[in-house]
Design a protein around this ligand. Structure first.
Ligand code: ZN
Length: 201
């Protein structure tokens, strides 16, 4: 069973982990990093980028798993985006140019390029998602639980979720708190006890 707690991010570096590996509960020898970035609009309407990192204790094996799972999502994402997005860009862009879209309006305008780029972007994200799903099904027997727990990369682009082995973080809208989902209940309860003052209900 996974356990979720919501941590206030007023002083992110001060989050207390028990010192055990968050992935497997063994001795921690290194750290992996949960990172969140958002553009936050304050009360006066000005926007500023906010970036929060949370160092998470890991053993060497879980840190390596974290990197592998990231690559297992990133590589199909990039390939899917380039292949499907590139194809859609070419087909729509050249199709629109051939259909005479660039003759509309002022001379030298590039309606076909704009249309092609828009189609390429949408198709690229869809293609990346499909390829990531396919890669996950194929790689699940190799990576096992760690990959099964990781959020899908493409949806996480829209939710800003981040994952390390044993722990998924989902920030709230203004990045003042993050919901941490621990794969291990014992690690979660140790964390909740050590950070009780900063937990939000
Ligand atoms: Zn570990």
């Amino acid at each position: 069973m996974a356990t979720s707690v919501t941590l206030a991010l007023d002083a992110p570096d001060a989050a207390v982990f028990a010192g055990r590996c968050v992935g497997c509960g063994g001795a921690a020898t290194t750290t992996s990093t949960l990172g969140f970035a958002k553009v936050v609009t304050n009360a006066r309407g000005t926007q500023r980028p906010v970036h929060v990192t949370l160092p998470v204790p890991h053993c060497a094996a879980c840190a390596l798993t974290t990197k592998s799972v990231f690559l297992a999502a990133l590589i199909p994402f990039v390939l899917g985006f380039l292949a499907i997005g590139g194809a859609a860009f070419a087909v729509v862009g050249f199709g629109a140019a051939a259909a005479g879209l660039d003759e509309v309006g002022r001379p030298n305008n590039a309606n076909s390029l704009v249309l092609g780029a828009g189609a390429g972007l949408v198709a690229g994200i869809v293609g990346a998602f499909v390829l990531e799903l396919a890669a996950r099904v194929l790689l699940l027997p190799v990576f096992g639980r760690a990959l099964g727990q990781a959020p899908l990369f493409v949806p996480s682009l829209f939710t800003d979720a981040d994952y390390v082995a044993g722990l998924t973080g989902l920030p709230n809208a203004d990045l003042t708190a993050v919901t941490l989902t621990f794969a291990r209940d014992d690690i979660a309860s140790e964390f909740a006890a050590a950070n009780a003052a900063r937990l939000r209900l």
